[in-house]
Design a protein around this ligand. Structure first.
Ligand SMILES: NC(=O)c1ccc[n+]([C@@H]2O[C@H](COP(=O)([O-])OP(=O)(O)OC[C@H]3O[C@@H](n4cnc5c(N)ncnc54)[C@H](O)[C@@H]3O)[C@@H](O)[C@H]2O)c1
Ligand SMILES: [Zn+2]
Length: 368
């Protein structure tokens, strides 16, 4: 069995371990002394699929195992659910030498990581991503969060896991749309930093992704890890990861989330590449190459929204974020806003523009 191990040096360093079948051997890869309590936090979809496998490995290695499962879905990524997790830990007398296993997608990882960061002022946690998106993106980098009434991910911590253990066999049970959401973030990583990797992913089908999955995840983790190491708290370079996300979040909101995050980000990347060219920020229009990268997946890049609609929503995100980088993709200070644009494939940059100019950018990007 081929296993890849990648070290991330952010805050404290930790390993990301990737290998098919790893879930059954979970306990062998944990950086913890045996004998303590492992608390599996998972959601209602992942629980019947993978909890038993994880539990069996942990129990046979001598850990006491507890499980808390919450209802799946973004609408359950709430402070109420966070408090339920905290109460579960306290009621079961979980101590600081115990740890959490976040078994699931990005929602599980974000919420379990947040709970780990604040319970008893911080206990350890391990990310065990079971979606492609969580494997290539959310499980690495230590951003944790829940949603507030006013918007997504508005409460959270930067809190790095003790390890990330990824078994891509778990992706077999993902539906195509959820798989494709992860593809968007993978393509984004290639496009912003590594042309060769972008081309390697381009046009691949789901089956082709799976044939090369260990190396694909590993390269994504290296790229995201490298960016996080350089800028753990998103003061500069980490903003590159928001490529396509300002427009993408606006598309998600304007369509009441009927367009998934991954599809919206894919459309957002196309829009921003076209806009960057039309506005003279770069020499080439890469929008067709980004579209082609997704040709192995169903999806539409027809955005039936006006630039004004997108602008209004993006600007209200910006207003809320004040002078700090927003959770929504663009960051702002006063009347300025940071957008991410390509110089070429494999090299994106952060560009500060007047917030009002974002309307022109969206208009240029939507031009057909
Ligand atoms: N922390 C970060 O840096 C970061 C980065 C990107 C996204 N995110 C967050 O991640 C979340 C999105 O992540 P996601 O797409 O993984 O969402 P998710 O956790 O909701 O998973 C998507 C769906 O797939 C199901 N699922 C998970 N694993 C499965 C499996 N192996 N088989 C079958 N079904 C499975 C889940 O129950 C859910 O219904 C968002 O809340 C977003 O804000 C965080
Ligand atoms: Zn994203």
């Amino acid at each position: 069995m081929s296993i890849r191990k990648i070290k991330i040096n952010a805050g404290r360093s930790y390993n990301v371990i990737i290998g098919k079948g790893l879930l059954a051997d979970l306990a062998e890869h944990l950086p913890y002394f045996k004998g303590g309590t492992a608390v599996i936090i998972t959601d209602s979809n992942v629980f019947p699929l993978y909890e038993q496998k994880a539990r069996k490995s942990l129990e046979s290695a001598g850990y006491r195992v507890l499980t808390h499962a919450f209802e799946s879905g973004e609408k359950h990524k709430t402070t109420d659910e966070l408090v339920s997790i905290l109460n579960f830990l306290a009621d079961n007398k979980v101590t600081r030498s115990d740890f959490i296993i976040a078994l699931g997608g990005g929602i599980t990882g974000d919420m379990a990581g947040f709970a780990a960061g604040i319970y008893l002022r911080g206990i350890g946690y391990v990310q065990v991503p079971t979606t492609l998106l969580a494997a290539v993106d959310s499980s690495v980098g230590g951003k944790t969060a829940v949603n507030l009434n006013a918007g997504k991910n508005l409460a959270g911590l930067f809190y790095q896991p003790k390890a990330v253990i990824c078994d891509p066999d778990t992706f077999e049970t993902l539906d195509d749309l959820t798989f494709a959401d992860g593809v968007s973030e993978a393509v984004k990583h290639g496009f912003i930093t590594d042309e060769g990797f972008f081309r390697r992913l381009s046009g691949k089908t789901r089956a082709e992704y799976m044939n090369d999955i260990i190396e694909i995840i590993a390269r994504n983790v290296e790229i995201k890890g490298g960016i996080v190491e350089a800028d753990e708290f998103e003061q500069g370079r980490r903003q590159l990861l928001n490529f396509g996300h300002t427009a993408g979040h606006a598309i998600e909101k304007c369509t009441n989330h009927s367009v998934s995050h991954g599809q919206a980000v894919a459309a957002g990347m196309v829009l921003m590449s076209r806009a960057a060219y039309k506005k003279g920020f770069c020499y080439c229009d890469y929008s067709q190459e980004i579209k082609a990268a997704f040709s192995g997946f169903l999806g539409t890049f027809n955005i039936h929204l006006s630039a004004e609609q997108l602008y209004e929503v993006a600007l209200s995100d910006k207003k809320r974020s004040g002078k700090t980088p927003s959770a929504g993709g663009a960051s702002s200070a006063g009347g300025k806003i940071n957008i991410i644009i390509p110089e070429r494939i494999g090299k994106c940059v952060v560009k500060e523009i007047e917030a009002a100019e974002l309307l022109d950018v969206f208009k240029a990007g939507l031009f057909v």
